[in-house]
Design a protein around this ligand. Structure first.
Ligand SMILES: *Cc1c(COP(=O)(O)O)cnc(C)c1O
Length: 454
């Protein structure tokens, strides 16, 4: 153990490969199925939406994938990202635990999403794609993709979930600064959007609806493709740069984590941080517990069903076997917009079924309280999403205090909250409430799962 507070890696030591956990799993994840035939999808089925390079990464069994030089060049704008020891938070909690956080808010768009956005924009540009469409919940993914598209001269069109479009107007402006076009979702621009508005003209939208809109636009235009900011294997692959760096940084200070906590929306920052550590665990080099932290209002891992479902509300995407609350489940409007997704990454779901990770759910009041304690000690104002992980770290550190245990706790502070002051405002004004698991709503949505047996 050293007395460093900020553990930096030299630029020259930045990892140059992404890590693919699939290569080391005892069983491969179940296949993705065609929504019409219910047969495994092939590359041709996905070609209207994704470039071949990303389709290849989606199904690869290679353990490592080289990161192209043009992507490394852009990563170097903010990577390697710092790993901090949360000394002042530890002191506040009076805990013998040592808490480390890998800070991804240093990227131009303010979150980990740029790690995959840059890669996706690069591979699309290489294959001559003119425009990318996508959805954004809290605005972090949309701004990351807008930034990345600007780097490679690709046009960018984004559907932003209505609730966040209204709550976080500066995220929209940020996307526009980087040259993107932004629509509130549901919109009148697409068939999927119009059909939702016909039923509910005041719909607050959802990630599932916004995905339907972006997919519909990409499927209908030959020079346009679609980009997803989480959930898919290639996205988790790109995020492993986080965990690969963290492994090197912890080794530098002679530490091995006993437990990793990460917030999970679609599972990408959590997978990106934890998969390299899981590789080491499977190889017998550590005995780390890996715990996903999700919102109680959208508890896909802890309360969802593990079954084949669509990735979007309209049912345009292939069927993925994942933990799901039902593709037309619309979660309550908690402020962690990035965690309001009905499903969970199929790879993360598979890893959960294999018993390699655990999951817990947290309510938003406890999370905002943790976010404020973190900001007042460590200085960084976390986005509402990673406050879920921070709350779990605090709980663990207090357990360590009771038990007199010196555990090493690791988390990803995957984004800053500079565009979330409205949410903190409402927290201080006492306007926030906890949403319990809406059992009836989920039961209803689960009755509309795709109807077939595998
Ligand atoms: C998008 C986002 C999330 C949720 O997505 P994951 O794929 O689960 O990481 C969490 N935190 C932040 C800051 C985000 O931008």
């Amino acid at each position: 153990m050293s007395d460093l507070t900020k553990v930096l890696l030299d630029e020259a030591d930045m990892p140059t490969q992404w890590y693919n956990l699939v290569a080391d799993l005892p069983q491969p994840p179940p296949p993705v199925l065609h929504p019409g035939t219910h047969q495994p999808v092939g590359p041709d089925d996905l070609a209207p939406l994704f470039p071949m390079a990303l389709i290849g990464q989606e199904v690869t069994a290679e353990r490592h994938v080289d990161i192209p030089g043009a992507i490394l060049d852009i990563y170097r704008l903010w990577r390697p990202s710092p790993l901090y020891r949360a000394r002042r938070l530890e002191r506040l909690l009076d805990t013998p635990a040592r808490i480390y956080y890998k800070y991804e808010g240093v990227s131009p768009a303010g979150s980990h999403k740029t790690n995959t956005a840059v890669a996706q924009a690069y591979y699309n540009a290489e294959e001559g794609v003119r425009k990318l469409t996508s959805e954004t919940g809290a605005g972090q993914w949309g701004s990351a993709l807008a930034f990345a598209c600007a780097q490679f001269g690709v046009e960018c069109e984004i559907w932003q979930v209505r609730a966040s479009y209204d709550q976080k107007p500066y995220r929209k402006t940020m996307m526009e600064v980087w040259g993107a076009t932004v629509h509130p979702s549901p919109s009148e621009v697409t068939e999927a959007g119009r059909s939702v508005l016909a039923k509910d003209s005041a719909s607050p939208g959802s990630l599932g609806i916004a995905i339907s809109e972006a997919v519909e636009m990409a499927a209908g235009a030959p020079d346009t493709k679609y980009s997803l900011g989480s959930v898919l294997n290639h996205v988790l692959l790109h995020q492993t740069i986080i965990g690969e760096e963290a492994l090197l940084q912890l080794a530098k200070v002679g530490e091995t984590p006993d437990v990793i906590y990460g917030c999970t929306g679609g599972g990408s920052n959590f997978g990106g941080l934890s998969f390299p550590f899981l590789r080491e665990k499977l190889a017998g080099n550590n005995d780390v517990r890996i715990v996903a932290v999700e919102p109680s209002a959208c508890p896909s891992l802890t309360r969802g069903r593990y079954t084949y479902d669509y990735g979007d509300t309209a049912g345009l995407t292939p069927l993925m076997k994942m933990h799901t609350l039902g593709h037309d489940f619309i979660p309550d409007p908690i402020h962690a917009g990035g965690l309001r997704y009905h499903g969970m990454s199929p790879l993360m779901s598979h890893v959960y079924e294999l018993g390699l990770i655990e999951a817990v759910a947290k309510n938003q009041m406890e999370c905002f309280d943790a976010g404020v304690r973190f900001a007042r000690t460590e200085g960084i104002v976390p986005a509402p999403e990673p406050t879920h992980a921070v709350a779990a770290c605090i709980e663990e550190a207090l357990r360590c205090r009771e038990a007199g245990e010196e555990k090493v706790i690791l988390t990803a502070l995957c984004g800053h909250g500079h565009f979330d002051m409205g949410a903190y405002d409402r927290y201080f004004a006492g306007d926030l409430t906890d949403y319990d698991y809406p059992e009836e709503k989920v039961d209803q949505a689960l009755t509309r799962l795709p109807d077939f047996e595998v």
